[in-house]
Design a protein around this ligand. Sequence first.
Ligand code: NAD
Ligand code: UFG
Length: 337
Amino acid sequence: MNILVTGGAGYIGTHTLVELLNRGHGAVVIDNFTNSRPESLRRVREITGKSFALYAVDVCDEEALSRAFSENAIDCVIHFAGLKAVGESCERPLAYYRNNLDGMMSLLSAMGRHGVKKLVFSSSATVYRSDVPMPVDEDSPLGSINPYGWTKFMCEQMLRDVVAARPDWSVVLLRYFNPIGAHESGRIGEDPSGIPNNLMPFITQTALGRRPALRIFGNDYPTRDGTGVRDYIHVVDLALGHVAAIEYAEKNAGCEAFNLGTGQGYSVLDLVGAFERVNGVAVPCEIAPRRAGDPATVYSRVEKAEKMLGWRATRTLEEMCRDAWRWQVKNPNGFAE
Ligand code: NAD
Ligand code: UFG
């Protein structure tokens, strides 16, 4: 298939592009580089030896999107483009609603104009209410506690409504748990700007000496060791989940949601311990107060994706730690020169 990948220059987008191209699919990328650099796409070309067209435009710009559709025969879209920092979304809610909702609406409108009916959407585990029992399955009640999560919730609703009106459309909602790690080549990986919000980039930057210590947000949660538990998934497994999803969308109409996780919960201390053990480096830590809005435990039920997509995550926590560290060591400044 020929796939339009919005946000293709970002962390999950680049890893997915590699797996799509390796699988023999064609790609056209849209990215405005608001949270990425063209160098990441150059490296995707280097890893795969394949080329693809790039439109350096905003997904909210429907005319620019329309050009990408009319100049390429697109079969399916994967929509990664969006702003994703939970804390920033609380400070700048309108920027998040504007970017993530306008982007979704412009894309759906351009798809409609060009007769493209298959879409895979980057949703998130944050669309589940935080008080649901764990592991969480796809039928659990939805809700959010921050503007970022609400944008994902609203995009999902928009997509369910579009499919209700147009039953010949095929939409796959992928609810990611916590992607970490990097491609095993060490050429692409997560490249957060400024001080990382997420745990793994903070761990790798601390191990490298760029940060004095990892602050562990709370050790008094009702978990095994008191620290927060999450379902960490290797970004390459997540990327392969997208390949399975577009192949599912090719054959099935309707709107379906799938969790993409491993089904395993690990605590902050589990992750730090595995990282130190596998890589033989120290990660200085200090205990800090809980971070506002963090639930104690989040992990997924994965049976639906296994059954319907024929996909499951296979990479271990150790592989996630090893690959994240390889990327960080080889690229101490990420994709910057
Ligand atoms: P990322 O920031 O690395 O990638 C997003 C890409 O979209 C970036 O290259 C950015 O420049 C681009 N972009 C943003 N707004 C755009 C716009 N208006 N027009 C064109 N391009 C635009 O993030 P990621 O981690 O790769 O996440 C990809 C998607 O997955 C996002 O929608 C995110 O919300 C979702 N998601 C991520 C996580 C995670 O932990 N990384 C978890 C759940 C869901
Ligand atoms: N944590 C720390 N110190 C840090 C950073 C994080 O102790 O410096 C802890 C958090 O308290 C939490 C765990 O590490 O217990 C994971 O935190 P992350 O910030 O890495 O991830 P979250 O689970 O908070 O959220 C992530 C993404 C969201 C996405 C969600 C899906 O940031 O965008 O996963 O589950 F929606």
